[in-house]
Design a protein around this ligand. Structure first.
Ligand code: GLY
Length: 351
């Protein structure tokens, strides 16, 4: 399709294309015909939410399976209901699941695909900015438990991802902002792809047209994922800004979308790095500049309970060795274990 940018996620014989552009959803039928994982599919189970409202044509017989709107659909019960529905539909291991929606849909559809018949191919049509630049790409799937977010899941790479930037125009402003914090994160990843795209944009990805901006984030993520698919090391850098971000989301009360929480988390991580002498004032200012470019607030909500936040840091699923933070430094981002809670508290006070 002319005008569509193709970014490959290089994973050997499981490599897959991500197509980015206005109208990319119309590529679904040809992509299903052409991908070796889906070429023989006789039927497609299309998983979506009522609020998404994006129609797709898989080019083969299909049935639509709706999960409820909102993050609460990210629960184990949705997986059971979807798999029962797939079985009633007669979906086999040679068929395909198509997730159409944002991160909730692609996480749930991907996880159902990973476990149904011990694994059936999945293609994502990502309809939100957050889905396009993060959730749909890289094979992380899963659901929340009452005890925490994303505690049950599987790595299950899609056969292809379609990022239709046309449908972003229909997103409410707040929904778009939910992706902007993740977008800001890519400025600091420091990988070769990040450096290339930053150079292309004149130092600020916010200056790129939307298709290229999404493609840049996908390319940066693809490079990290292909070097560490199952997060034994470098992939953790994609969690930059997420430790405080997740804590604020879990604490609730603050009415913050994921990207807004990550934005505060990015500025906070810079403060922690400054207190540890890893970066200077200029780099902290650069964090503020990038967040400002996206119109993201990085102030800590005034009623945040610092004790509660420090306690939530300790419960983070990446807290394998004390409190681990992804921190900026002279050599770029690094996952730093055992960060002193006193420093984390001081950084909260300085926000
Ligand atoms: N969202 C972070 C990752 O995919 O690793």
């Amino acid at each position: 399709m002319s005008g569509t940018i193709r970014v490959d996620v290089p994973l050997g014989d499981r490599s897959y294309p991500v197509l980015v552009g206005a109208g990319a959803r119309h590529e679904l039928a040809p992509v299903l015909r052409e991908s070796k994982l889906t070429a023989g599919a006789q039927r497609a189970a299309v998983v979506t939410q009522p609020g998404i409202g994006v129609d797709v044509d898989p080019g083969i017989p299909f049935e639509i399976f709706e999960i409820p709107d909102g993050e609460q659909a990210k629960e184990l019960a949705s997986i059971g209901e979807l798999c029962s529905g797939f079985a009633r539909f007669g979906l086999t291991r040679r068929d395909v699941v198509v997730g159409v929606g944002g991160g909730v849909v692609t996480d749930v559809a991907g996880f159902a695909a990973a476990v149904y018949h011990r694994g059936v191919a999945v293609v994502h049509v990502a309809t939100t900015l957050l889905g396009q630049i993060d959730a749909a790409v890289g094979g992380k799937t899963g659901v929340n438990l009452a005890e925490g977010k994303n505690l049950v899941g599987a790595f299950w790479q899609p056969a292809a991802v379609l990022c239709d930037t046309e449908v972003l125009d229909t997103l409410p402003e707040r929904e778009l902002r939910a992706g902007l914090g993740e977008l800001a994160k890519y400025h600091f990843i420091g990988s070769p792809a990040a450096q290339r795209w930053l150079a292309k944009s004149g130092g600020n990805l916010a200056e790129l047209p939307i298709d290229e901006r999404v493609a840049a984030c996908v390319a940066i993520k693809a490079e990290v994922v292909s070097s560490d698919e199952t997060e034994s090391g470098r992939r953790a850098l994609l969690n930059y800004g997420h430790t405080l971000g997740h804590a604020l989301e879990i604490a609730g009360r603050f009415d913050l979308r994921h990207g807004e929480a990550v934005a505060i988390g990015l500025r906070y991580a810079a403060e922690v790095a400054r207190l540890l002498g890893r970066i200077g004032d200029d780099r902290v200012a650069e964090h503020e500049l990038v967040l400002d470019a996206y119109g993201l607030s990085w102030k800590l909500p005034p009623d945040v309970d610092h004790d509660e936040i420090i306690e939530l840091f300790g419960r983070d699923k990446k807290a394998a060795d004390g409190i681990t933070f992804v921190l900026d430094g002279p050599d770029g981002l690094e996952a730093v274990p055992g960060v002193d809670p006193g420093v984390l508290r001081s950084a909260l006070e300085r926000m």
